[in-house]
Design a protein around this ligand. Structure first.
Ligand code: GCU
Length: 431
């Protein structure tokens, strides 16, 4: 009986899918029983089929293989680090009721005669130096994270959203994203916050990479096989790494204690930044979903085909090979989490964010756990794996892999930040 209902619902999903595709419409599957059969590629078996039995084998062989596969098949190959120049643009000493200093610092990524400048908005607790910090990209401009009229407004392309009509930011959106950045809490807990408008690095639309940072590296990237050239996620992650290069020169922040954080597409980005740059000591993915923390093979909610169709510029062209063909991909997203090991990683989902497949995000953590344990650290929890998919608002945050399922929609909330701060206290403060 159970079996035939399963088969019937599978048929129904297939028929709906074929119909929807014929009409050019994508109808996501949200039915766990209709998930296709899949087998995850193993984190701890090398391409040659050898079992990875110790940390050296992981570091020297398997980690390198997995990183290489994500570069060639998913996000594309990023260029070498370029030189950076920096310049302080503004400084406010007595901000946030005198408890913080706010600075704007321009960091120029320079390669031969070409350059791209990103503006870092930096909050640090006043009268303290060398603090641990969070760094994260924002969606609509630095001026949206805080209503202060002293924060400069980007001249770069921004998405038409929240009243913006001509892709140019203006003062009407000041502070509109403030709810996503718990700045007071972050400062009160002794952390700095660095944020950058992601469009400073690469504007988020598909123009064949004519704008943003990509053209600057054309000499290098044209030597790379076309399918493996870097997409926007890789470019945004590259920008985060160059910002970290600058933080290494900034006395107010301890660059050895930085957590990279991102929401949604920028959560995919923080994971890739954490995977490619081991200087990020903590990596936080908020509702990152498909191409982020969620297992692609589950094909529930957003799928590889759907993301490649809506956002073809995010990934490398080779990723197209896995449209409705996830099983053929030599990696899945648990291996992305594995690349971060043994550093601390936190994945957060939301009950109303089924598009991002909360359970798939959780399962990625579960399947990355053996890598953490092989490296002699805790994985998901001290005692062992959680017995089941956790209930809403019951965070797992005592091991090196943290996870929670928040009640609510696709967003970053105070609740999320409270968990991240607790997690950061464990992994960034105790040194
Ligand atoms: C879309 C997209 C997601 C992405 C999200 C976002 O919903 O399909 O993959 O995470 O946008 O970045 O807001």
């Amino acid at each position: 009986m159970k079996f035939s209902i399963g088969v019937l619902s599978l048929l129904l999903v297939l028929v709906t899918h074929v119909n929807a595709t014929a009409q050019g419409r994508f109808v996501p599957n949200y039915d766990e029983t209709a998930i296709p059969d899949y087998e995850l590629p193993a984190c701890l078996i090398t391409n040659e089929g050898k079992v990875v039995s110790n940390a050296a084998m992981w570091e020297q062989t398997r980690r390198a293989e997995i990183l290489e596969l994500f570069e060639s098949e998913v996000y594309g190959r990023s260029p070498e680090a370029c030189k950076i120049l920096h310049k302080t643009i503004s400084k406010k000493n007595y901000a946030l009721g005198c408890k913080a200093v706010i600075r704007e610092v321009d960091v120029t990524m320079q390669l031969a005669s070409k350059s791209t400048t990103i503006r870092l908005l930096i909050y640090t607790p006043r009268s303290r130096v060398s603090v641990p910090a969070f760094i994260g990209l924002n969606f609509q401009g630095n001026h949206t994270v805080d209503a202060s009229d002293e924060i400069s407004i980007t001249d770069n392309w921004v998405r038409n959203r929240g009243g913006i009509k001509d892709n140019r930011a203006n003062a009407s959106t000041r502070g509109t994203a403030a709810g996503r950045w718990a700045i007071d809490k972050i400062i009160d807990r002794g952390y700095g916050l660095v944020t950058i408008y992601y469009g400073d690095i690469d504007p988020d639309f598909d123009d064949g990479f004519k704008n943003g940072i990509h053209p600057q590296f054309a000499n290098q990237t044209s030597r790379i096989t076309e399918g493996e050239r870097w997409g926007s996620i890789a470019a945004w992650a590259y920008g985060l790494s160059r910002a970290l290069d600058y933080l290494e020169l900034d006395d107010n922040i301890d660059a050895t204690r930085v957590a990279v954080i991102g929401h949604s597409r920028l959560g995919k980005t923080s994971l890739w930044a954490g995977a490619t740059d081991p200087r990020f000591k903590v990596v936080i993915s908020n509702n990152s979903g498909c191409g982020g923390a969620a297992l692609s093979r589950r094909a529930i909610g957003e799928t590889v085909e759907r993301i490649n169709t809506s956002f073809p510029h995010w990934f490398c062209d080779n990723y197209l090979k896995y449209n409705r063909n996830e099983n053929a991909c030599p990696v899945d997203q648990h291996m992305l989490i594995g690349l971060i090991a043994p550093r601390a990683v936190y994945v957060a989902s939301a009950t109303g964010d089924t598009w991002a497949d909360p359970k798939g995000e959780f399962l990625s953590c579960v399947h990355a756990d053996p890598v953490y344990r092989l490296l002699g650290t805790t994985g998901m929890g001290d005692a062992g794996l959680p017995a089941a998919f956790p209930k809403p608002d019951a965070p797992i945050k005592t091991g090196r892999i943290g996870y929670h399922l928040r009640t609510g929609k696709h967003d970053v909330t105070e609740y999320d930040w409270e968990q991240y701060l607790d997690f950061a206290d464990r992994h960034l403060q105790s040194q």
